[in-house]
Design a protein around this ligand. Structure first.
Ligand SMILES: Cc1cc2nc3c(=O)[nH]c(=O)nc-3n(C[C@H](O)[C@H](O)[C@H](O)COP(=O)(O)OP(=O)(O)OC[C@H]3O[C@@H](n4cnc5c(N)ncnc54)[C@H](O)[C@@H]3O)c2cc1C
Length: 481
């Protein structure tokens, strides 16, 4: 059977059923998509900070663009902690991929295998199966909360490929984490966390519950003292000390926020003085920080800490860094970093083969990739700048113009919200001496304006400040459904 990417146009580009992964894909359906006016086919894998920026800015008149991503939206990750406690509504933190169709063909699917030699991609739908489809897909790793995808795999070809599949959450193989902890990588995670917080309070409010059980239910644990863990703790603190105090007056005295990290301090990438400021603020706000603590295993409702023994919790949020994406991990004939398994690129962002020579038509950006001998942080800032550089390059390439100079990262500093309308801002590594460290309310204003400015669509530029304002006036919404 032949599927046409754009059914209205005649199919002219047929790919035979894949033989790449014999057992799982032997019956994979042939796939075809028309190539209007012989435009080259650019396939983008992933709709995150890297992939979505390429999708947004690529010259769609000159490229035949296909987006493959298990999400049909882009996640504005810096706002997820706010969404997880109701400071913002979930749709403020997403942008739809479909905004660019029909100019762009998009499939909600996982890319499971890249054949660099044949320029083929094996993909698995990330949508629920139709009732007549009986085959089940390989299970996705539980560190992602995505629907694992079932149904009939398909194969696509590309002329140029952008790999922007990001990374997964790291668990360090601590037993029970995947099963009993929440991650915060996606808007679905934010929704699950918000539901669980409200559930804990409603459970603790039942007349049959003892105070000991209340204390257990309202112990909110966070493992990982990086910016994500810190910002979530800060947002949760704000929720507990505003709406929760007002609407569950007898309960907040049982509530506690505890943050664990194996490192001797939190926020490792920030300047020492800013870390001290954040730690002092957390201490004053009643957030307990347990550094140099080791979580050994997690069971339903309790974690086991080497230095403390059994710690009961109502909610556990796990944010201990990044693990390689399985697609990247399984990719062969590409050079990879020994420590992180990231794909290694040259400074023009071309993926390197195992022998170190570049693929001229494959690029990798974002958390899935690193430039040879130039380790940059795994941040939205880096992913976005690489995507902008690459789009410029592709838009020149399609007009047969010279490529721009090698990629250069311009560090704009780091920001973290620490609660109670305070933030920290660190630009000390940028070589700029003006306002290179800031704390408190001014840093908070910078934090909010930075994320407001980075918000992509006009719709979200209206929605985000509107929800900030509405929730400031009326309080966060505590309904659970
Ligand atoms: C809660 C949170 C807050 C953050 N805050 C900040 C911040 O304030 N500032 C900052 O600079 N950075 C921040 N980051 C880090 C930043 O979000 C990441 O560095 C950035 O998302 C990396 O972009 P990416 O495009 O590489 O990957 P992602 O944005 O993770 O996107 C990867 C995409 O690939 C898709 N995908 C995965 N597997 C496949 C596959 N097999 N086939 C096809 N598609 C696939 C995913 O569904 C997703 O759409 C934050 C991260 C989190 C989780």
């Amino acid at each position: 059977m032949v599927f046409a990417g754009r059914p209205s146009r005649p199919a002219s580009h047929l790919v035979l059923a894949s033989g790449g992964r014999a057992p799982a894909y032997a019956n994979s359906r042939a796939f075809s998509s028309s190539l209007p006016r012989n435009k080259e086919r650019l396939v983008i894998l992933g709709s995150g900070w890297g992939g979505y920026e390429v999708l947004r800015a690529i010259d769609k008149e000159r490229w035949n663009v296909t987006m493959i991503s298990p999400n049909n939206y882009f996640n504005f990750t810096p706002l997820l902690a706010s969404c997880a406690v109701g400071t913002l509504e979930f749709r403020c933190a997403t942008e739809p991929v479909r905004r660019y169709s029909p100019e762009v063909v998009a499939y909600q699917a996982w890319c499971d295998h890249i054949d660099f030699r044949q320029k083929r991609l094996q993909c698995m739908p990330a949508t629920p199966p139709l009732s007549f489809e009986t085959k089940s897909a390989p299970k996705a790793d539980a560190t992602t909360t995505q629907f694992p995808g079932t149904g009939t795999p398909f194969t696509l070809t590309y002329d140029k490929l952008v790999i922007a599949v990001g990374a997964y959450s790291q668990t360090f193989d601590v037993p029970g984490v995947k099963e009993h902890a929440h991650f915060l990588k996606d808007v679905k995670d934010a929704r699950a966390i918000r539901t669980r917080i409200l559930e804990c309070f409603e459970q603790a409010n039942q007349p049959t519950i003892s105070d000991v059980e209340r204390r257990k239910l309202l112990n909110f644990c966070i493992v990982g003292g990086g910016p994500t863990g810190v910002e979530f703790a800060a947002e949760l603190h704000d929720l507990l000390h505003t709406e929760m105090e007002r609407h569950y007056p007898g309960l907040t005295r049982f509530a506690k926020i505890s943050m664990y990290d194996v490192a001797p301090q939190i926020l490792g990438m920030f300047d020492e003085s800013l870390v001290k400021y954040a730690e002092k603020t957390f201490k004053r706000d009643g957030i307990s920080i347990f550094t140099s603590h080791h979580v050994e295993r997690v069971e339903p409702g309790k974690l086991f800490v080497k230095e403390q023994g059994e710690v009961p919790f109502g909610l556990l949020v796990w944010s201990t860094g990044l693990a390689p994406n399985p697609l990247v991990q399984s990719a062969s004939d590409v050079k990879k970093d020994l420590k992180t398994s990231s794909i290694i690129t040259n400074d023009h962002l071309n993926v390197l083969k195992e022998d170190g020579t570049p693929y001229s038509d494959v690029w990798a950006i974002g958390d899935a990739a690193m430039i040879e001998d130039a380790r940059l942080p795994a941040t939205a800032q880096v992913a976005n700048q690489k995507a902008k550089y690459l789009t410029k390059k592709l838009n020149r390439l399609v007009k047969d113009k010279d490529s721009p100079k090698p990629f250069e990262f311009h560090n704009q500093g780091s920001l973290a919200y620490i609660g109670n309308w305070k933030a920290i801002y660190d630009r000390s590594g940028t070589g700029n001496n003006v306002m290179n460290k800031e704390t408190g309310r001014l840093a908070w204003l910078l934090w909010r304006s930075a994320y407001f400015t980075m918000t992509l669509s006009v719709r979200n530029k209206i929605l985000v400040p509107t929800y900030w304002f509405l929730n400031w006036i009326f309080g966060r919404d505590l309904t659970r459904f």
